[in-house]
Design a protein around this ligand. Structure first.
Ligand SMILES: [Zn+2]
Length: 686
C-alpha cells in the first residue's frame, strides 16, 4: 500500500489539482486522514476516510504470539485453506453485492467447529460438504462459527459453501467498506465499483479466513451488466455472455494469495496491453485498465507508460528473481483514498499517480515483497512496506546510478520529523502507532539501506533472493528473515535486528578528533535518548588531508568511545560514514585543539556540514540549568533566526538549521548563557 506522504511528486498534468494535493499531503500525515478530490469535475468533491486506529482486528493482537509453522508462519487456525471460489453479482447501478463463496480446506486437527470472518454480510445458507449447518456470530471479533454437529478429523478435506449478500445500510466505517461504489453522477465516465481490503476488510465483501498468513489459490467469477469490465487477480480464463444483459468475467489466481490481496475493480474500462517476456521464455501481459471517455481520456498516456513498467519488471527480476505471477496489471481509478494498492497481479492505482515512477515502482515491488512473500502477521508489516519503499530507491539506482539512490535516501531523512520514526520498525501497532505509519515506510527503507551497507551488495541481494526463494508463495515473519540473513551472512545477525528492527530510534553521533605526530585520536559519542539502543555499528571514517584521504573502519559500540587511527599527517577534517549508509544524525568532528580556553562546561561546536545548502546541524553542550539563547546573524549583525531561547537542562543538544529562506553568504551563530558567549561563522552557498 502506498499512503500520501511528503515525498510525493505529482506527475499528473492537471495543475488545478496541485494546490489541493499539496495542502492535503501535510495535513494527512499528521491526522492520518486520507482525502481526495476530483478537481477536474468543476466542483471540488472531497471524501475523507478516517483510518485512525482501525488497522488491526481485536483477535489478532493475541494471535501474534501463537504457534509458528515449521516451514513458514501458519497461524493458530486448525486448517489449511486450499482454495477460494467466489461467484459475485454486481448490479453496478446501486451499492449492492451478492454472491457465493466456496472454500476448500484441509483440517490439521480434529475439530467440531471452525471460525471464519464476516462483517455486514447476511449468510443466507451455509453448507459443509453439501449439508446445511448452523452458525453463530461474534461481532466483537468480526467472526462467525460454523458448527459441525460432530467431530471432523485431522486430514479431512472440507468444502464450505456459503450464499451471502451484503446487508444494505449496515453501519460500516467509511474507511472499512471493503466494497466501494461510486456513480457516474459525481463526474466519472462510468459507475465504478471496487474492493479494498488491507489489512482486514476482505471480510466486508466475502466470508473468509481473513489473516495474512493464510494463503490459498483463488478464482473470482464476477458478473456485471454488459459493457462493464471486471479486473481481478491472476489469469483471465474467459468471459461468458449470460444472455440476460450480463457478462461473467472468470479470473483464476493459480499462485497462493491471501485475502487482503484479493480484489475486483469494475467499470466501463478500456484495456491497454503489451507483452513481457520472462527470463524463462514465458510471455505475460502487462495491462492498464483505464477510462477512455470524457472527462477522463486516459488510455493513450497510460498505455505509453507500460513500456516503463516492463523495464521496472525486468530490473526487479534481475535483483529479486523472476517476476512471480502470470500477469501484471494496473487499474487507474478515482476516487481512491491511497496512492496505490498492490493487489496481487492487479494493482489499484490512484489516477493522479498513474504514471508516477515512485508509486508504480513501489506497488510493483510489492508483487515480490508482500504478495509472493507475505508478512506473516501485521506486526511484520515492515517485511512488505520497508522492502517496497527501498525498492523505490533501487529503481532510481537502476535508472541513474548509485549517487541517485543516495540522493533519494538523503531526501527521505526529512522523515526524522515524524514521531513514529522514534519507534521500532517491528510491530508499530504494539507501540501505539498506526499500522501504516512512516516507521515502516521510510525508516524501514533506511534500515534496509543500512543493512546493505553493513553486509555489502553481494550478501544483501543474495539474502533477498534466498528469502524470496524460501518463502515464495508463503508468509514469513521477521525471525524467519533473520534466519535467512544469518545463513547468508554466515554469522548471527541478532545484533543488527535487535537494535534496528526491534529497537527504537536511531544513533545520534557526535565526534571530535585530535591529530598527533602519527595518530588521530577520534572520539565518537552516541547522544541519542538513553532509552534507545546504544548502537553497535561498523562505521567508515574518512580523514581528509590536503588533496588526499584515508579511510578506516571503526567498530563503534559504546556511548563514548575513542579510536586511535594511524595517520602521519594532520587531517583537515574527519567525516563519519562519508558514503551515507547509516541511518543517523551527526554533528561535525571538532578538533579539540581549537577548543581550549572556553568557560567551563558550556560549548558551541562548528556547524556541519559547512559550507551548507540549505540545511546544517548545530550542536552545543549545556553545563548546568540555565537560560540559553542561540541566534543567527548576517554579516551586518542583523538577527535572521532565533533557534533557541529557553531554559535548558544540562546535556548535549543538536538541532537542524534550515536556511532555505536566506541568500548565499557568511552568517554567524552565537550562543549565550549567563557569562558564556561564543560565536562561530558558517557559509551558505547556493
Ligand atoms: Zn506499500
Amino acid at each position: 500500500m502506498n499512503r500520501w506522504d511528503s515525498l510525493t511528486q505529482l506527475k499528473h498534468e492537471d495543475t488545478k489539482s496541485r494546490g489541493f494535493f499539496r495542502r492535503c499531503n501535510s495535513w494527512c500525515l499528521c491526522a492520518l486522514v486520507v482525502c481526495f478530490t476530483l478537481p477536474t469535475l468543476g466542483q471540488s468533491l472531497q471524501f475523507a476516510f478516517e483510518k485512525e486506529g482501525r488497522f488491526i482486528a481485536p483477535e489478532q493482537r493475541f494471535a501474534l504470539s501463537f504457534a509458528r509453522g515449521i516451514d513458514a508462519y501458519e497461524g493458530p487456525q486448525p486448517f489449511d485453506m486450499l482454495h477460494y471460489r467466489l461467484d459475485i453479482n454486481l448490479p453496478m447501478t446501486v451499492d449492492a453485492l451478492e454472491g457465493s463463496v466456496r472454500m476448500l480446506m484441509r483440517l490439521k486437527e480434529n475439530a467440531d467447529s471452525l471460525v471464519l470472518h464476516s462483517v455486514g454480510l447476511s449468510l443466507d445458507t451455509v453448507r459443509v460438504d453439501g449439508v446445511l449447518k448452523s452458525t453463530s456470530r461474534d461481532s466483537a471479533t468480526e467472526s462467525f462459527t460454523i458448527h459441525f454437529n460432530g467431530t471432523r478429523t485431522a486430514g479431512e478435506t472440507l468444502q464450505i459453501d456459503i450464499d451471502y449478500h451484503r446487508i444494505p445500510g449496515y453501519p460500516r466505517p467509511s474507511s472499512r467498506r471493503g466494497f466501494y461504489f461510486f456513480r457516474d453522477t459525481i463526474g466519472l465516465p462510468s459507475n465504478l465499483g471496487y474492493t479494498f481490503s488491507e489489512p482486514s476488510d476482505a471480510r466486508f465483501w466475502f466470508p473468509c479466513y481473513d489473516e495474512p498468513w493464510e494463503k490459498a489459490t483463488a478464482e473470482l467469477n464476477i458478473t456485471a451488466p454488459n459493457g462493464y469490465v471486471a479486473a481481478s487477480n491472476g489469469k483471465l480464463i474467459g468471459t461468458t455472455n449470460n444472455g440476460n444483459s450480463t457478462t461473467t468475467w472468470r479470473w483464476r489466481q493459480n499462485q497462493p494469495i491471501t485475502t487482503y490481496l484479493m480484489c475486483m475493480t469494475v467499470s466501463r474500462f478500456s484495456v491497454s496491453m503489451i507483452p513481457y517476456v520472462k527470463s524463462t521464455g514465458d510471455t505475460i501481459p502487462l495491462q492498464y485498465y483505464t477510462w477512455n471517455a470524457p472527462p477522463f481520456i486516459d488510455s493513450a498516456w497510460t498505455a505509453s507508460f507500460l513500456t516503463t513498467v516492463g523495464q521496472m519488471v525486468s530490473a526487479y527480476s534481475g535483483l529479486f528473481g523472476e517476476y512471480p505471477f502470470d500477469k501484471y496489471g494496473m487499474t487507474c481509478i478515482v476516487p481512491f483514498g491511497y496512492l496505490g494498492m498492490e493487489h496481487q497481479t492487479i494493482t489499484t492505482m490512484n489516477r493522479y499517480y498513474a504514471t508516477s515512477h515512485r508509486v508504480v515502482s513501489h506497488e510493483l515491488a510489492h508483487q515480490w515483497w508482500g504478495n509472493d512473500v507475505t508478512c506473516g502477521t501485521w506486526a511484520d508489516i515492515w517485511l512488505n512496506e520497508s522492502f517496497a519503499t527501498y525498492s523505490e530507491a533501487l529503481w532510481r539506482e537502476h535508472l541513474y546510478g548509485f549517487d541517485s539512490l543516495k540522493a533519494y535516501m538523503r531526501d527521505t531523512l526529512s522523515g526524522f520529523q515524524f514521531g513514529s520514526w522514534q519507534g521500532a520498525i517491528y510491530d508499530p501497532v504494539g507501540q501505539g502507532f498506526n499500522l501504516f505509519d512512516q516507521v515502516v515506510y521510510t525508516k524501514g527503507g533506511w534500515v534496509l539501506h543500512t543493512l546493505r551497507g553493513v553486509v555489502g551488495d553481494s550478501a544483501f541481494f543474495s539474502m533477498l533472493r534466498a528469502y524470496r526463494d524460501k518463502y515464495q508463495g508463503k508468509s514469513a515473519v521477521t525471525s524467519e528473515l533473520k534466519a535467512v540473513a544469518d545463513s547468508v551472512v554466515g554469522s548471527d545477525m541478532s545484533w543488527f535486528f535487535n537494535q534496528w528492527i526491534f529497537g527504537k530510534g536511531w544513533p545520534k553521533y557526535s565526534s571530535r578528533f585530535t591529530g598527533a605526530a602519527d595518530t588521530i585520536s577520534l572520539t565518537i559519542q552516541q547522544q541519542q535518548d538513553v532509552l534507545w539502543p546504544t548502537y553497535k555499528m561498523p562505521i567508515r571514517v574518512r580523514a581528509y588531508h590536503g588533496m588526499n584521504r584515508t579511510d578506516y573502519i571503526v567498530q563503534d559500540s559504546l556511548r563514548v568511545q575513542t579510536f586511535l587511527l594511524p595517520l602521519s599527517v594532520q587531517p583537515d577534517s574527519v567525516v563519519l560514514d562519508p558514503d551515507g549508509w547509516i541511518l543517523k544524525q551527526i554533528v561535525a568532528p571538532t578538533n579539540v585543539g581549537e577548543e581550549k580556553g572556553k568557560p567551563g562546561e558550556f560549548r558551541l561546536f562548528q556547524n556541519y556540514p559547512n559550507p551548507f545548502n540549505p540545511g546544517t546541524t548545530l550542536s552545543f553542550v549545556i553545563g548546568h540549568v540555565s537560560l540559553v539563547s542561540l541566534k543567527v546573524y548576517d554579516v551586518l549583525g542583523r538577527e535572521v533566526a532565533m533557534l533557541v531561547h529557553e531554559v535548558k537542562n544540562p546535556g548535549a543538544y543538536t538541532l537542524q538549521f534550515d536556511a532555505s529562506d536566506l541568500a548565499s553568504g557568511v552568517y554567524y551563530y552565537r550562543m549565550t548563557s549567563g557569562s558564556f558567549s561564543e560565536t562561530k561563522k558558517m557559509l551558505l552557498v547556493r
